[in-house]
Design a binder for this molecule. Structure first.
Ligand code: PBG
Length: 332
């Protein structure tokens, strides 16, 4: 809209005329949110033995493999098209070489197979990064104070191939190493996984809003230093756009902006500039703020739907959100 769309001044134009009744408001409603726009991130653990709640994410649990099967069936029943698996591995088995990340029987791959068994039509997405299996909590291999890039990419490719073999439909590299999308795409083609899609965490910022997630996967206490040498500076919009352009050029099918609500400007810009399917991640800290305030009685539950509608208005095709099942139920 380059010129002012309002032709007539007040009182010829009274914008409140079309807000007067529910029916009028429905007629001019511009944005829809449906269950089809949701991706549900779930935590799966191999240690706790029962479905345990995460203290900094009230209402969110770490599932056992049995528990995640029930969650998958629930997602399918509610019309949620995709579930995204985040492993919580046995801390005693985390190493600096991270070899469990590409073990066909690691907890993440067990979960993928279990979900495909009970809900074969549900899309299963994964996370590719070494942190759930890394002794020091980083997304890449660490040498001294450096997070190694090229050596990490080799590990990520192995990890992604193991996920594809386990039946994943969408791989989600969240590690922010350079060159990982191209390497992964080439490996998938070569190994007969030409139809496995990649949703790149392309514009992923070094954010404090991931705090509760790191509690959920047991990485919080282990993380040495921060992730600023690989995740994007929250001040940098141009750099984020370059990351998106680069990942699409290397073969990403879809891209993601993360975190979500504080970065809606980028959601809009990515959608408009690249014309590719664009997703946002309403991350753990956003969930904690909203759910925490609701539980305190400081906000009403309506803000959940409002927050997700905002992503749609900003141009997102869909949102990864811990509110997915609750919202799908409310929309049904
Ligand atoms: C791991 C990863 C993180 C999240 C998704 N994948 C944490 C991080 O980068 O430290 C965050 C998700 C959330 O906060 O909900 N690479």
């Amino acid at each position: 809209m380059s010129s002012n769309p309002i032709l007539a001044p007040f009182p010829q134009t009274r914008l409140r005329r079309l807000r007067r009744t529910p029916a009028l408001r429905a007629m001019v409603n511009e944005t829809e949110l449906s269950a089809a726009n949701l991706i549900w991130p779930v935590f799966v653990t191999e240690v706790d033995g029962a479905d345990v709640e995460i203290p900094s994410m009230p209402g969110v649990v770490r599932y056992t493999v049995e528990g995640v099967k029930a969650a998958a069936e629930r997602a399918a029943r509610l019309g949620i098209p995709a579930i995204c698996v985040f492993p919580h591995s046995d801390e005693a088995l985390r190493t600096e070489t991270c070899e469990r990340a590409w073990d066909p029987d690691n907890i993440g791959n067990q979960a993928i197979r279990a979900i495909k068994q009970v809900a074969p039509d549900l899309t299963v997405m994964t996370d590719i990064a070494l942190d759930p299996y890394n002794a020091n909590g980083h997304d890449g291999l660490v040498r001294g104070s450096e997070i190694l890039n090229d050596e990490t990419v080799e590990c990520l490719v192995r990890m992604g191939l193991a996920q594809a073999e386990a039946g994943a439909d969408i791989l989600g590299p969240s590690d922010m190493m350079d060159g990982r999308i191209g390497a992964l795409r080439a490996a998938l083609e070569k190994r007969g996984h030409k139809d496995v899609a990649i949703m790149s965490y392309a514009a992923k910022f070094a954010s404090g809003f991931y705090g509760p997630f790191r509690d959920a996967v047991g990485a919080a206490g282990r993380l040495v230093g921060d992730k600023k040498t690989y995740q994007i500076n929250p001040a940098n919009r141009q750099e984020a756009l370059r990351c998106v352009a680069r990942d699409l050029a290397e073969g990403a099918d879809m891209v993601m902006v993360k975190p979500g609500m504080p970065y809606l400007d980028l959601c809009r810009e990515v959608r408009d500039q690249f014309h590719a399917p664009t997703f946002a991640y309403q991350v753990s800290g956003e969930y904690a703020m909203i759910e925490g305030a609701i539980r305190q009685g400081w906000l009403s539950r309506d803000v959940v739907l409002e927050s997700l509608l905002a992503f749609r208005r900003a141009g997102c095709d869909g949102v990864l959100t811990y509110f997915a099942p609750e919202v799908a139920e409310a929309l049904a």
